[in-house]
Design a protein. Sequence first.
Length: 169
Amino acid sequence: MHPPPQLPVASVTDRGETLLTRVSLAYVERRINLYLRFGRPLRELRLDRWRRCASFAPGAVFCRVRWESNDYGTTRWQLMLLQACTPGERMQRIAGIRPGARLLLCAEGEARVQAVLQRIDAIEALVIDPASAAPAYWHTLGNRLAACQPLPVYNAERHAAWLRGEEQR
């Protein structure tokens, strides 16, 4: 028997610098749009006319949306809500994200992606940055989507409770 595969672990460089999480982004008209819906990258590097790379600090929460099509129409809708990991934490390997990240929510298909985008819009309407919303909310939202259950609402009271809990840490 083979040992189970090891998950990648965020690390620190030889000089003691924390590695940043790098997210690949792309746009080719009518073919692919891989973009950030929200998140605060520390820097963004334009690689060429079609590709960019955003770098996030450990612990940062961000949302990446992927839309793809061909000559016959849309072939893929995907939304991932992710958290950059801190050194020593385990993470998932995700294509286009190096070295990896913690997956908070993944939605596949147009209807599910649109449902999550509506929840993000509702959070922004409360003047709350979705990147600062409680990670437990994103997990619950993803689980409810997967189970085809009614989606929870994020409100100011829930956000205040989350912030109080963070202050006590």
